[in-house]
Design a binder for this molecule. Sequence first.
Ligand SMILES: NC(=O)c1ccc[n+]([C@@H]2O[C@H](COP(=O)([O-])OP(=O)(O)OC[C@H]3O[C@@H](n4cnc5c(N)ncnc54)[C@H](OP(=O)(O)O)[C@@H]3O)[C@@H](O)[C@H]2O)c1
Length: 216
Amino acid sequence: MTAIGILGTGRVGTNLAGRLSAAGHHITLGHRSPQDAATRTTGLAPVPRIAFADHRTTAGTADIVINATPGDSSLDRLTALRTELAGKILIDVSNATRDAADGLPADLCHPGSSLAEKLQAALPDTHVVKTLNTMLFTVMTAPESLTTPPTAYLSGDDENAKKTVAGLLGDLGWQPEQVEDLGDITTARATEAMILVVPHVLRRHGFKPFAVSLAR
Ligand SMILES: NC(=O)c1ccc[n+]([C@@H]2O[C@H](COP(=O)([O-])OP(=O)(O)OC[C@H]3O[C@@H](n4cnc5c(N)ncnc54)[C@H](OP(=O)(O)O)[C@@H]3O)[C@@H](O)[C@H]2O)c1
């Protein structure tokens, strides 16, 4: 059992919390108002292995931290938690985009780089691993739900950290052959750019589960 802190109690955060808790991990969900979150996410509140706390406590008490907050403001938010994140794995599943008028992603916040690279530079004592940002949140915890086997990409500088994250992907239902380790953290700029295809797919097909995947 690993103590996992998830920053963000939205669609991604609560979805990951439910499945990782069911896999036996102890989850703390980080929210700006932990009391509100506990009552709002009623489907999760009775689960004994899920607690609610503020972001600083969540990051400070976990062994592994997942960023499931808006990507466009994540750099400042996570840099402020530098002490709490030191020596830990930070799994970044966010997309740092500027949105179009319809609320869908239109452009990257960090062209020529990536949020993951910026986070790694700002948090040198933390092992940043980018993954799961290339699919609808439902697929993150149910890869078997798609008719085409999806891909979960991994980007990160530390091999052991990526192995640990690959293990957590297994707990979420991902088969080893579905996990594609692209290399160091600079490879995240490729998977972060994949978000640019998503709004066009969503406008044509609606919010049906999808993943931007490799076919061989
Ligand atoms: N939805 C998807 O299918 C999907 C897929 C891949 C990647 N992602 C990425 O995953 C991240 C989360 O997406 P989501 O769909 O779960 O979003 P969401 O449902 O809007 O939830 C976002 C969460 O972040 C928190 N938050 C918002 N602004 C904040 C701030 N300024 N400071 C601290 N916390 C803040 C919210 O807290 P409050 O409850 O306090 O407002 C909420 O818990 C995003 O970066 C997104 O790009 C999403």
